[in-house]
Ligand binder design. Structure first.
Ligand SMILES: *Cc1c(COP(=O)(O)O)cnc(C)c1O
Length: 357
């Protein structure tokens, strides 16, 4: 399928942000977007890059009522020599289609999807910021657009991609976060939709995050839904703990998102000869290790922050300082390695980089 491109007239282009060191996350959108329609029986049709703008959506659109919506998040990085790179975009495309299948939405053809990302990035390449740590965030999404109020999978969908320039996640180096172990609310349960990047999971997480923020915490650490015992993940990041030199992360057992940064971190530490385990670990074991000094590091992984070191874990009103409240050695090494690969500064032994231009 050929993607048509309708460009904004040069004199109608938006003003680009003048201060790259002060870009917030997700406030500024570029001049164009990608858009494609779906109807049962017809399939996907009319893929196009058009001027950025509002949708016309029927108030009965099924996504608004029953939540058939999925999304992805990845970034385009500009190297010093002007090369533009994506990081493992095929993984985002696969995950998008797995999310789609889980909530009865049609899969998007992966070659059309990749083509759409690359073409949109090329059209918007002047929007990719150049400062250290900045990038162009890419947000693909799909929602049920069919106007209908009976509960069943919709027969019409819109998939689209918007992009926005984003700043370095950490303005003053990597500062460790304080996390609150949530033992009242849950994010997702095995058998539910926790593995899908779908809107409902984020709606489910908001109240706990707001309550934790009001108490001074950056993020919530989720426990498993049935026993409130085993570690799941943090906000929009997967979690890792280093205990007795073993790097531990929750297994992908149904309620945890299959993070691409998580997978990259696992592959890297294996390559470095470190001991890593995907296994259930209880909050009691983590706290006991923190008390006895055997928990040497904790960090989250996700596209936005790459690696987010944890400096404090609070469980049942008790604060536990991790790694002296500082960035740990492994967190720093992983951050440097992944960012180095993303910006074309380090060798790419796994073939993770995809050049766009
Ligand atoms: C997106 C996301 C992650 C991180 O995934 P990456 O592919 O590493 O960006 C982790 N947990 C949740 C709930 C997420 O939505």
């Amino acid at each position: 399928m050929e993607i048509t491109i309708q460009k904004v007239a040069p004199d109608k282009l938006k003003k680009k942000p003048s201060d790259e060191s002060n870009l917030a996350f997700g406030d500024i959108f570029t001049d164009h977007m990608f858009f494609v329609d779906y109807k049962t029986g017809k399939g996907w049709y009319n893929p196009r890059i058009v001027p950025y703008g509002c949708f016309s959506v029927d108030p009965a659109a099924m996504a608004i009522h029953y939540g058939q919506e999925i999304f992805e998040g990845l970034k385009a990085y500009k190297a010093d020599d002007g090369s533009i790179y994506l990081f493992r975009p095929e993984e985002n495309i696969k995950r998008f289609n797995r999310s789609a299948t889980r909530i009865c939405m049609p899969e998007l053809d992966s070659s059309l999807f990749m083509d759409a990302i690359k073409k949109l990035i090329l059209v918007e390449q002047d929007w990719i910021p150049k400062n250290q740590g900045t990038s162009l965030y890419i947000r693909p999404a799909m929602f049920a657009s069919e106007p209908h109020l009976g509960v069943r999978p919709a027969k019409e969908y819109i998939a689209f991609i918007i992009v926005c320039p984003v700043g370095a996640y950490y303005k003053e180096g990597l500062s460790p976060i304080k996390i609150y172990v949530e033992d009242k609310y849950v994010r997702a349960s095995v058998g539910g939709i926790g593995e899908a990047k779908t809107a409902g999971n984020y709606a489910a997480s908001l109240l706990a995050a707001e309550e934790a923020k009001a108490k001074g915490f950056t993020q919530v650490l989720w426990l498993d839904a049935s026993q409130r015992k085993y570690i799941e993940e943090v906000g929009t990041m997967n979690m890792f703990f280093v205990i007795d030199n073993e790097i531990i992360t929750a297994p992908l057992a149904g309620s945890v998102l299959h993070g691409i940064t998580r997978d990259s971190a696992i592959q890297l530490v294996k390559r470095w000869g470190m001991k890593v385990a995907e296994k259930a670990i209880s909050i009691d074991d983590v706290i006991a290790a923190a008390r006895s000094g055997r928990l040497t590091e904790a960090f989250g992984t996700g596209t936005a922050a790459v690696i987010s070191p944890v400096g404090q874990i609070t469980y049942r009103n008790e604060d536990h300082i991790v790694a002296g409240g500082k960035m740990g050695q492994l967190s720093q090494r992983l951050y440097d390695e992944i960012v180095g690969i993303q910006y074309g500064k380090k060798a790419d032994p796994f073939g993770w980089r995809v050049k766009v231009n």
